[in-house]
Each structure stands twice: as C-alpha cells, then as structure tokens.
Design a protein around this ligand. Structure first.
Ligand SMILES: Cc1cc2nc3c(=O)[nH]c(=O)nc-3n(C[C@H](O)[C@H](O)[C@H](O)COP(=O)(O)OP(=O)(O)OC[C@H]3O[C@@H](n4cnc5c(N)ncnc54)[C@H](O)[C@@H]3O)c2cc1C
Length: 423
C-alpha cells in the first residue's frame, strides 16, 4: 500500500516503522523542519546534548518506549538517573517521589492522614481495574477515600496546576494512571530526546521511508481511488496531529466524528527554558511542584542539570519554568522579556542568591495542545483510530486514555494504528 503519515512525532514515526517493515510505501509529511514533535529539543553550539523544548523524561515503566529502543538497537543509549522531586511545606522543600519519602513528608502529620494517604496510594498502585474510577471525579473520590486534608494538601494542587478551570471535572482514572506509571528513576537518551528522534528518523530513512520536512498538509480529500494529500493520492492516511487540526484537515468527516473531535478538551503549555551561570537548586533537586496557592507565577520549576550533568551543556545550568494554561491565557501573548520579568522573583524564592545576571539566555516555547482533559466517563468520548472516511486513520494524545499523554503511549498508539491499517 501507498501510505501517508501526517506528523513526524513519536506516534507518526512508530507507525512508519511498523508499516515500512511490513513492506508498505511510506511518506511522512511534517510541517516543521525537525522530527520529534512535542518531544523535540534544541541545542546551542557549545552544548553536546540537546535540551527538550518542554521538559521530558521517561519512567522505568514505559514499556513501549523501552521495547522500541531494544528493536532499534539503542537500549545502551538510554540512562535512568535518580533525580529528586520536592514539595513545599511551611516554607521548606521536602523530597516526595517514593512511598518512603512520602511517608516522611511532614505536611500530613503522623496520624490517621498519613495512614489514609499511604493506603489510598497503595491501593491505586496495586489495582488494575481503572474502569470504575472514570465514573467519578478526582475531587469526589479523593475527598471520600483519602479525606479532606490529604486531598487538599497533596492532590488538589496537582489537579489545579494541570487542569486549571477543569480541575473539579477530571476523572479519577487519570489520577490512577498517573500514579500507576510513575517510577523514582527517570530516563533520558544520551544526547537528549532530539538525539533519539534524529537517530530514529535516520533508521526510517535507511529503511526507505520518505520524510518530508517543512511540508504542512492543508487538507485530505477522499477521491475514487484513494485519499488526496497535496498533489498525490494515497491508499491510506494516518493523521497524528491534535483533534482540532484533524477536524480542519478533513472537514468531510461525518458530523458525529467531527463533533467528537471538537468536543475534546485540552490545556496548552507555556515553558521558559533558561541557561544559567550557576546552579539554582543548590540541594540538587530536579523537580519543584509549586502549588498555585503559594503565589508562584508558574506550576513547575525543573532544573534539568540536576537530572543530567551540566557537563553536557558546556557548564551551563539548564532550568525550565512551565505552566499548563487555557488557550487565550495572557502568557501566550507576553513577550519573552515580559515573561522573564514575571518569573524571575520565583527563582529568588528557590535560591535567595539568584540574580538576573545569572541568566545567560532564555527561550520560550508555547503550544495550544499539551494536556488532554479527561472528563467523567471519558472512554465513551474517545474518537476511533479508524475514522468513518475509508482509509483515513487518526492517532493522537487524546486517544491514549486511560493513560496520561506521553511518548510511551504515542509509540503504543502509533503501532496500534499501523496494525489496524493493515487489517
Ligand atoms: C509540557 C509537556 C511535557 C511533557 N512531558 C513528557 C514527559 O516527561 N515524558 C513523555 O514521555 N512525554 C511528555 N510529554 C508528552 C509527549 O511530548 C507527547 O505525548 C508526544 O510527544 C506526542 O507524540 P505524537 O506523535 O502523538 O504528537 P506530536 O509530537 O504532537 O506530533 C505531531 C506532529 O505533527 C506535526 N503536524 C501538525 N500539523 C501538521 C500538518 N498540517 N502537516 C504536517 N505535519 C503536521 C507537528 O509538527 C508534530 O511534529 C509532554 C508534553 C508536554 C507538552
């Protein structure tokens, strides 16, 4: 078959890999001039490794990613350091990324709340039966089982940070999936995620996949002998963009499918990357979860060089300041300098010695489609990978539910789509 894939992110490339291996003729169309999509990175001339535009790591439980590295002969390029995630309590930061660390966290006292927190966490880690969780919201379930204090102190800040105005509507299956997948050791690729995406693209090209960078597909039309993409006709097409873009690409999709695409909710993200002259977190912490109620101007502060060594970046210290935001939030229209002015006071709260002259350079990355929002009974609203238009398939972050979005699940859904396309 002659197949077009729209998007050279992890989903599109994973699908291309399987389809090409099965002998099909594959062309990938990618609107940007790089591969890797949302997990792509960038590099300064004096850096050996790239830095992801949006902070990225893998969990040791990311089995689809790990299986792909294995197949590509790249397993020895993946490392799993043990960085530290911290939470704020009474003005002090405490590690909080393992059951033991959580039990030592003073924010919950040492009585009933700690026991409830531990039992609820254990139950969620052990059960595989997520279906009943999607019938209730995180807010309802956690208030009932973990209790008011545990919910308001531990889990509410997380859902508020991630889902903003939708936080009360997010279903409990999302929280289950999030806790299920987490591991204390976090993974990255030697050279950064971009190094992996480039290696993957090189392997695909060697196998005969054509990757056309800088080519934005404007529409997909059904014709008698196939699907038209630009000046060519393909037997089958797989789209890996956001649901909104998919609806625009193929307006001839039946009303019910289009409506399903357009009703899906998601949050955008604005992330500033800074290269600094000095280490910001002198304790060596990687991930600071910043509760919105504490007045920080963003949700997460991530010191990348407390995860991988600053040696790979010519001695620069790399820090992310990021937030999940609704489309139209003012951060999307502020200039980079205006954003830095808003963010800088928070760096001083992490390290009082921080001065503006520590900042060597900043980069700001924005996306409207960063985090799908799963509402109650969400499984009934997931668009099928096989669309009602013959030969047209769709695989996106919004369809990996009950899992939260991630490169691991992009690979899984890409491969699932490849299988369906051959049935
Ligand atoms: C802030 C943030 C943090 C994240 N952290 C992590 C993490 O720590 N670990 C992790 O595993 N995942 C993380 N993710 C999620 C991960 O990046 C995504 O799940 C994954 O990259 C999605 O891959 P994809 O192939 O489905 O889509 P995408 O990567 O979005 O790929 C789609 C591609 O289609 C292209 N495209 C769009 N429109 C067109 C068009 N008209 N024509 C041609 N091409 C087009 C796009 O340019 C893009 O390259 C994070 C995401 C964000 C936003």
């Amino acid at each position: 078959m002659k197949i077009a894939i729209i998007g050279a992110g992890y989903g599109g490339m994973a699908a291309a890999y399987d389809l090409r291996k099965a002998g099909h003729d594959i062309t990938i169309f990618e609107s940007t001039d790089f591969v890797g999509g949302l997990a792509s990175g960038f590099k300064e001339p004096h850096w050996d490794w790239s830095v992801e535009k949006f902070y990225h790591h893998w969990f040791a439980s990311d089995k689809h990613m790990l299986a792909l590295f294995d197949e590509l002969g790249l397993s020895d390029q993946v490392i799993f350091p043990r960085p530290y995630t911290v939470l704020l309590h009474n003005g002090k930061w405490y590690p909080f990324d393992s059951i033991l660390k959580a039990l030592l966290f003073p924010g919950l006292g040492f009585g009933l709340n700690k026991i409830r927190f531990g039992l609820v966490g254990l139950y969620l880690r052990l059960t595989n039966n997520w279906k009943p969780f999607e019938q209730v919201t995180v807010e309802e379930w956690m208030r009932k089982w973990a209790g008011k204090q545990v919910y308001e102190q531990m889990w509410q800040p997380l859902v508020i940070g991630k889902f903003g105005p939708y936080y009360k509507d997010v279903n409990m299956a999302w929280m289950w999936a999030r806790l299920k997948a987490r591991t204390t050791n976090l993974g990255t690729f030697k050279g950064g995620f971009q190094a992996f995406a480039d290696r993957f693209a090189e392997i695909l090209r060697k196998q005969g996949v054509e990757i056309r960078l800088g080519v934005r597909v404007e529409s997909i039309k059904r014709e008698q002998n196939g699907l038209r993409v630009g000046s060519e006709v393909f037997d089958k097409v797989l789209v890996t963009t956001s649901p909104n873009l998919m609806a625009k690409l193929c307006p001839e999709l039946p009303e019910s499918y289009l409506k399903g695409l357009l009703e899906l909710k998601s949050m955008g993200a604005v992330v500033m990357v800074l290269s600094l002259k000095h280490q910001l977190s002198e304790q060596g912490y990687y991930w600071y979860s910043l509760p919105k109620g504490e007045g920080f101007p963003f949700l997460a502060l991530v010191e990348h060089t407390n995860f991988v060594s600053p040696e790979h970046f010519g001695g620069d210290y790399i820090v992310y300041a990021g937030d999940y935001l609704e489309q139209g939030h003012e951060y999307f229209s502020l200039s980079d300098d205006e954003l830095l002015e808003r963010f800088a006071p928070a760096f001083k709260r992490i390290n009082p010695k921080f001065e503006m002259d520590w900042v060597k350079k900043t980069w700001v990355f924005k996306t409207n489609y960063a985090q799908p929002v799963p509402l109650v009974n969400h499984s009934q609203n997931i668009p099928d990978i096989e669309t009602p238009v013959e030969g047209l398939y769709f695989a996106s972050m919004s369809q990996v539910y009950p899992w939260d979005r991630g490169t691991n699940f992009a690979v899984e859904i890409g491969r699932k789509a490849a299988k369906l396309m051959q049935e």
